[in-house]
Design a protein around this ligand. Structure first.
Ligand code: FES
Length: 364
């Protein structure tokens, strides 16, 4: 066995024993001859490419405008999927079409325009530069001058049509995403502090709206419940928002199997408990009830709440228990709320800081 010039051993063989350097054995083949593009030799073709690129940027601008028309200009008022009044559903479909088409055109136009520009009008000659770290002032100055050359050769200075349409497309294209981010949650966190529940408000079945007597709730049964006063809110006055905050799960448990803290001892009616249905992780409806284990499961990310221990989290990403709604019965035997929730419902991230403590302070 021989060894390389750096002293590492190698197996014998014709290639390894020649003693030549890698450069000698594998010479750099160099670059293929440069072939000018049509736009390099034909000024009409270059002009045509410039117009095509500007058109793509204009398509991008049009896409962003379409998005904003759909987002701000199309109002969906009234209940959707109502067979007696299809207008809201049609407007929702129109809005979805404009939002989707707008984003698609905005991204497509700007992306394809830049690629087309790079392939047809930016300098086509090949450049080779060996890699090295930028350390000295001279090297930094050289890098800056290379960037300046790229800026010059890209044609941005010479082609105001492309520059202006590109600026328009680049400024507008990210704005749809800002709009979508804004819709991830309420900007006014106070709206999560209060729901329609209040002292004496009856619990009614969702969606029939019929009130519930304590005797209707048998051991192991579950009811999806909303406040009776929800029906007084019109669809144009925030019906869906109020419903989303106020939905409650109602079930009867064997009082012997449930741990109840002293301050919540009178929040249930003979083992009938009401808990917010809005998951404290990111707000999905908690709807799976395991009767045998007394577990409530959120289908989105599997957060599991233990009904036997005031809905404390026993698994999953949720950070706090489901808020409990204090309930009692009225003179006619119907289940009613004793108050609003004592803490904000919904995702914990929306209650940054002291929201929970503030509300608990207000309630006490
Ligand atoms: S929303 Fe319930 S676990 Fe994520």
């Amino acid at each position: 066995m021989g060894s390389h010039s750096d002293g590492t051993p190698h197996q014998s063989g014709s290639v390894a024993t020649t003693g030549t350097t890698a450069m000698e054995r594998f010479p750099d083949p160099g670059l293929p001859p440069h072939r000018p593009r049509l736009t390099d030799v034909d000024s009409k073709a270059a002009k045509r490419a410039e117009r095509q690129i500007a058109l793509l940027f204009l398509i991008s601008i049009l896409g962003s405008v379409l998005f904003f028309v759909g987002y701000f200009g199309v109002r969906v008022e009234g209940p959707i999927y109502d067979v007696t009044n299809t207008a809201p559903t049609q407007r929702l479909q129109l809005q979805n079409l404009l939002l989707g088409l707008g984003i698609a055109l905005a991204m497509f136009g700007i992306g394809l325009g830049i690629v087309h520009w790079a392939r047809t009008l930016m300098p086509g000659h090949e450049l080779v530069q060996s890699r090295h770290e930028i350390r000295t002032e001279e090297q930094r100055a050289e890098a800056q001058s290379i960037l300046a050359t790229i800026y010059d050769e890209s044609g941005i200075r010479r082609r105001p049509l492309l520059r202006n349409t590109l600026i328009g497309a680049a400024v507008l294209a990210p704005l749809p995403f800002v709009g979508l981010l804004k819709d991830l949650g309420p900007t006014d966190l106070d709206v999560l502090k209060h729901t329609l529940w209040d002292d004496g408000v009856r619990l009614v079945r969702d969606p029939s709206g019929t009130p519930i007597k304590a005797s209707d709730v048998t051991l192991g049964s579950t009811f999806h419940v909303v406040p009776e006063n929800l029906s007084a809110i019109g669809h144009n006055e925030g019906y869906l928002d109020e419903k989303a905050k106020a939905v409650v799960l109602l079930m009867r448990l064997d009082p012997e199997t449930v741990n109840v803290s002293p301050e919540k001892a009178d929040w249930n009616v003979d083992g009938i408990f009401a808990y917010s249905k809005v998951c404290t992780h990111v707000g999905c409806p908690v709807a799976l009830y395991e009767q045998q284990t007394h577990h409530l499961l959120c289908p989105c990310h599997q957060s599991t709440f233990d009904l036997a221990n005031e809905c404390e989290v026993i698994f999953g990403p949720a950070a706090r228990p489901l808020p409990q709604l204090p309930i009692s019965v009225d003179d006619e035997g119907y289940l009613v709320a004793r108050s609003d929730f004592h803490e904000p419902v919904g995702p914990t991230y929306s209650q940054r800081g002291t929201h929970v403590e503030e509300m608990q302070g207000e309630a006490n």
